[in-house]
Design a protein around this ligand. Structure first.
Ligand SMILES: [Zn+2]
Ligand SMILES: [Zn+2]
Length: 214
């Protein structure tokens, strides 16, 4: 089983950082996974490439200098090409303060909360800026748990019951963080429901994750 590495850029608020920690506690409590939060610290020589979340953001911006949104796939490609992925394969997640977009069926999405491709995840906290503290905390926690759920195969099989194709396969069970939320209000509603319910994944998604070979 691959360990999970999580980093975020230096602009992330302390509340966002607490929410990431809370999501990680949830992952550690439910699944037998090693999780390392690198946060905004450099994990290798900061004068070289692939050394911190800020480096990934800066590099992605160099590829699209005139855009207000970052292409999530660029961040994912950078993570995929990390030089030590070969020797030490791991699940990689980055959270950024910039707004993210991604291509879907030939069009650009207005925005995306997070994008998962294989074992690489790019998340943004940008759209949560208008929320109050509790909502923001829950929204960030939800995006971390949702995208890690995608990496680990939750609701990935559309032949499973209670799934739907909605920009990727998603769960339709109540109180499950693997439901799709295509706007901020729905995303927050789902996060609130999961929090009140106390269990962020439904039993089906939990079983999917426990069977994950990744
Ligand atoms: Zn999703
Ligand atoms: Zn579910």
């Amino acid at each position: 089983m691959y360990p999970i590495y999580i980093c975020y850029d230096s602009e992330l608020s302390s509340l966002d950082r607490e929410a990431v920690k809370s999501a990680v506690d949830e992952i550690c409590a439910k699944f037998n996974r090693q999780v390392i939060i690198y946060g905004d610290n450099a994990w290798s020589d900061p004068t070289k490439g692939f050394s911190s979340a800020d480096w990934y953001v800066k590099k992605a911006k160099e590829y699209m200098p005139n855009q207000t949104q970052l292409n999530a796939r660029l961040l994912i490609e950078l993570m995929r090409h990390e030089p030590w992925q070969d020797a030490n394969p791991h699940i990689d997640m980055i959270l950024v303060s910039d707004d993210l977009t991604a291509e879907h069926n030939g069009d650009w999405l207005n925005f995306c909360f997070g994008l998962t491709c294989g074992r690489f995840v790019a998340n943004s906290v940008h759209r949560y800026k208008s929320l109050n503290d509790l909502e923001r905390f829950l929204a960030v926690k939800a995006v971390v748990l949702h995208e890690i759920g995608h990496v680990l195969g939750a609701a990935a099989d559309l032949n499973r019951s209670h799934t739907e194709e909605k920009i990727g396969p998603h769960c339709t069970n109540p109180n499950c963080v693997m439901r799709q939320g295509l706007n901020l209000a729905t995303w927050v509603k789902h996060a609130r429901e999961c929090n009140s319910h106390g269990s962020w994944y439904c039993p089906q998604c939990l079983a999917d994750i426990k069977n994950s070979q990744i």
